[in-house]
Design a protein around this ligand. Structure first.
Ligand SMILES: [Fe+2]
Length: 277
């Protein structure tokens, strides 16, 4: 157990040349970043958010693609150090039905996705736990900003902070299996609790699209939603920034923007991580 309460939102600025790409993956990370990632992995459950600036600036990055990366598939060179970093946090996982099972997923706006709720969209990306309510929901994720767009903010909210401000009745309601998604056609998914236990700690599964199954759960869900709105922070990712997110207690999203679809759009890489056993 850490002796003090960790800073749940930390900024690590690497000195120039601290994380230069090289043949050797571990030296590409640099000792400071490797230590921070290892510590982050050990404290999952209360690790919060770690914003690393100056990690990698890929030289000669190709234009941002205009179709799903699974149709292109050439690595751009940041994959190995990103996987090495993610492996210090935990075990990198992937889903066969998501980005064709890729362990490094490429995220950028796609015209066909503009108004949908996924990371390739242009509208406001609603606050969410990454792949909430899956049996293998990742415990953490890492984002690497390959190409920034200063008009866009990443959004994050620590639900442990929101929880601290909730009354006991609201907490009890959020821990009951009373929250579901409404599928096209109107049927509801199996109701699940927003708040559950994981390794002796609180864990949250949340998405803005959740609805309450039962009238008595509507107010608690609304209270939680308002708490998230009050406590959401914005992060403007610059090229070469990394963001480590503890997915057990943080939700994240992104502001709306207008992609140009001309090869200069924002481009992120992402890894999903399961905590070490
Ligand atoms: Fe996400």
């Amino acid at each position: 157990m850490p002796e003090h309460h960790p800073h749940r939102r930390a900024l690590l600025t690497l000195p120039p040349d601290a994380a230069e790409g090289g043949e050797d993956q571990s030296s590409a990370l640099g000792p400071e970043l490797a230590r921070a990632a290892t510590r982050f992995g050990r404290t999952l459950g209360e690790a919060g958010l770690l914003h690393v600036t100056g990690a990698w600036v890929p030289a000669g990055l190709p234009p941002t693609p205009d179709r799903p990366y699974t149709e292109l598939g050439h690595p751009i060179g940041t994959e190995s150090p990103l996987l090495a970093l993610a492996s210090l946090v935990g075990e990198v996982i992937s889903f066969a039905d998501w980005h064709a099972g890729a362990r490094v997923q490429n995220l950028y706006p796609l015209r066909g996705e503009a108004s949908r709720q996924n990371a390739g969209n242009a509208v406001y990306l609603e606050m969410h736990t990454e792949t909430a309510f899956r049996p293998n929901t990742p415990d953490a994720l890492v984002l690497l900003c390959l190409r920034a767009d200063e008009r866009v903010d990443t959004l994050a909210c620590d639900l442990l902070d929101v929880w601290a401000g909730l009354d006991p009745g609201t907490r009890r309601a959020l821990a009951e299996p009373a929250f579901a998604f409404r599928l096209p056609g109107g049927t509801l998914t199996e109701p699940k609790p927003v708040a559950s236990r994981w390794r002796g700690r609180l864990r949250f599964n949340y998405a803005e699209a959740l609805c309450a199954v039962g009238e008595e759960y509507e107010r608690p869900l609304r209270t939680l939603r308002e708490g998230i709105a009050d406590r959401t922070v914005t992060i403007n990712l610059r090229t070469g920034d990394l963001l480590l997110i503890d997915n057990t207690h943080l939700v994240h999203g992104r502001t709306a923007y207008q992609p140009r679809y001309d090869g200069t759009d924002r481009w992120l890489q992402r890894c999903l991580i399961r905590a070490a056993a």
